[in-house]
Design a protein around this ligand. Structure first.
Ligand code: FAD
Length: 353
């Protein structure tokens, strides 16, 4: 929430942000879009950026428009959940310090702890018996019943899940949808964030990808507005297409890598289990982080703003300096896959069969 607040405080016209409103319909023509809100009011503009999350209703409206344009062809990618996740926040367990990342592996299950000064964000990932495409809203009772099954499960060598639970402030149980939409725009509507590319949280790439997509779309729109203050439908479509072209492969790569890592961390097969145990003994400790950095350093930035002066990190972004690393996608793929083989155990507090 702090981040949203920071962004909100920098807005030049805050009254444009309407809270507690939901979109019910979108009408578009050659002159612009009209967004109908639940209270009956109408917002008008040139484009709609559908950033309304994994179950995006605006995406449905976009596909309705696209399907009308394509003789009722069905274009939407169906999201699938293979895992469910109970996640929560608790007081920092004894033995852990701020900055610790602990990952504990089991057959078809994985527990992650991300430690801060006073509390820990924890995630209990469990493979579903059967993958589902159905949207599920778990009740608090269902989440409690789920948690009860894991109370005696060790999460570090000195902490059980019960210890975390007893010091917990909040928890949520949710299925983890996965999928990248093949089409991100139609007419004046464009998808952004989870609405376009949804991945599991295991490698923490979801929001990062949403931010990159926002930067890419903004760069393209900024260029368009420099050349024309009243964009046409064609010029808007061209911008949306260029945005999807720039972002699709990186988002898909993040999605695929994360999907693989989710399976790997949950020891879906014996090869994954033994690879996660053996590879840290062979490769240097920094290897997984270096590999992930190769992906992160290619991130999109806002091109029309000066980057504030700051100390360069250990790994520079592609546009900052030439690095010794090759940046091709093929090498990133190989490196990324190797990285996930190692990351699991480096983050492991303990391993259990
Ligand atoms: C447990 C968990 C942990 C995560 N950890 C990380 C992490 O460490 N790092 C990381 O990068 N990512 C992480 N993610 C992923 C990250 O949360 C998402 O990728 C990110 O929030 C996506 O942003 P979004 O704006 O696309 O969608 P959302 O954050 O889902 O926002 C969508 C917004 O649209 C609104 N909305 C929905 N429907 C309508 C409508 N009809 N009308 C108007 N408004 C509507 C919703 O109220 C909501 O405010 C995690 C996800 C989960 C589940």
């Amino acid at each position: 929430m702090k981040f949203v607040e920071l962004l909100y405080n920098t807005l030049p016209i805050q009254s444009k942000v309407k809270l507690n409103q939901s979109v019910v319909d979108i009408l578009q023509d050659a002159l612009g879009v009209s967004v109908i809100l639940a209270d009956g009011s109408v917002e008008q503009g040139d484009i709609v950026v559908a950033s309304d999350g994994v179950h995006s209703y605006t995406r449905e409206l976009m596909y309705k428009h696209a399907n009308n344009q394509n003789s009722a062809k069905k274009l939407a990618t169906t999201l699938q959940s293979r895992y469910k996740c109970l996640f929560g926040i608790s007081s920092l367990p004894s033995g852990q310090t701020a900055g610790d990342m602990v990952e504990t592996h089991y057959k078809n299950m994985c527990i992650q702890l991300l430690c801060q000064a006073e509390h820990v964000f924890w995630f209990l990932f469990v493979k579903l018996e059967t993958p589902t495409t159905v949207k599920v809203n778990y009740t608090e009772e269902e989440a409690l019943a789920f948690a009860k099954q894991y109370m005696d499960t060790p999460v570090t060598s000195s902490t059980s899940f019960r210890d975390l639970w007893q010091k917990g402030y909040r928890f949520t149980l949710a299925n983890l949808e996965e999928g990248v939409q093949k089409q991100w725009h139609s007419g004046r509507i464009v998808l952004l964030g989870d609405a376009a590319h949804k991945m599991t949280p295991n490698l923490a790439f979801g929001f990062n990808n949403a931010l990159e997509s926002a930067a890419s779309l903004t760069n393209h729109l900024h260029k368009l507005l420099e050349s024309s203050s009243i964009p046409t439908e064609n010029s808007i479509s061209a911008v949306f297409k260029a945005y999807q072209t720039q972002r699709f492969s990186r988002a898909k790569f993040s999605h695929d890598l994360t999907a693989f890592y989710t399976s790997f961390a949950a020891w879906e097969n014996s090869l994954m289990k033994w690879a996660s145990i053996i590879t840290p003994k062979i490769l240097p400790e920094t290897f997984p982080v270096d590999q992930l950095a190769k992906l992160v350093k290619g991130a999109v930035k806002l091109e029309f703003l000066e980057v504030p002066e700051r100390e360069l990190g250990t790994v520079a972004f592609d546009d900052e300096v030439e690095t010794k690393y090759a940046s091709s996608m093929a090498i990133a793929w190989i490196g990324g896959l190797l990285a996930v083989l190692v990351t699991g155990v480096l983050w492991s507090g303990i391993g259990s069969s």
